[in-house]
Ligand binder design. Structure first.
Ligand SMILES: [Zn+2]
Length: 227
């Protein structure tokens, strides 16, 4: 804060809190010098809604004691920490091979945020799915047949489901497995290396448990029976 800003802040404090107002001119000059010294690194306003006058007002509202410079420096330190936490060091427009210049640029960005001269620059985030033009292009598009065929060895469960559908057999994954308790849509599993005091490791089975296939085959009949 400049000397003028400090004087304005002191005048504001004196106006809203009569206890802070000093009538002796010599004392006022001394108080202004103290405030200028202590609030040198605190900006009057800064990105993120920082306002030194608001900090003074909050103190007068909440505290039974007259306002002191620390009642402004402490909230500013918290606000500054929050600004820096939101800053993510975006890539500066400097040749990255020039290490010294690059580091200087990063430091200058951080310093600008820490002193309230620049707003913190956060990472961009996805806000809601793909861009409409991209969504329109991929909407309803299935994997090309040759690509699906090439991927089949790496997706045995899906390949088995497709083969079952093509052959008119029931889809075992449409029901949970009563044997290994695999939920709907997940492959059956088996446990390996299990001992009484060790749970072992779950491994996916390529083929469903026979009871599950039977359950899937029996399901439409049960539904018909229920209807
Ligand atoms: Zn199973």
């Amino acid at each position: 804060m400049t000397r003028e800003e400090c004087a304005a802040l002191l005048a504001y404090a004196g106006r809203i809190d009569p206890r802070a107002a000093l009538l002796d001119p010599a004392e006022t000059a001394g108080q202004l010098a103290t405030w200028c010294e202590l609030l040198r690194d605190v900006p009057a306003t800064a990105p993120g809604g920082w306002d030194a006058a608001a900090a003074v007002r909050r103190h007068v509202e909440c505290s039974p004691y007259p306002v002191l410079p620390v009642d402004i420096t402490r909230p500013w330190a918290a606000h500054r920490r929050e600004l820096l936490a939101r800053h993510t060091d975006p890539r500066p427009a400097v040749d990255p091979d020039d290490v010294a210049a690059y580091q200087d640029a990063i430091r200058a960005q951080r310093n600008a945020v820490a002193t309230g001269q620049a707003a913190p620059s956060g990472s961009r985030q996805l806000t809601g799915g793909p861009h409409p033009t991209v969504a329109a292009r991929i909407a309803g598009r299935a994997l090309p047949a040759d690509a699906a065929e090439a991927l089949a060895p790496y997706r045995p469960a899906r390949a088995a489901r497709q083969a079952a559908a093509a052959a008119g057999r029931p889809d075992a994954l449409s029901v949970p497995c009563g044997w290994c308790r695999a939920p709907v849509g997940e492959q059956c599993r088996r446990r390996t290396n299990a001992t009484p005091d060790r749970p072992g490791t779950w491994t996916r089975r390529r083929t469903p448990h026979p009871t599950r296939t039977d359950d899937a085959a029996a399901r439409p009949a049960r539904q018909e029976h229920a209807a």
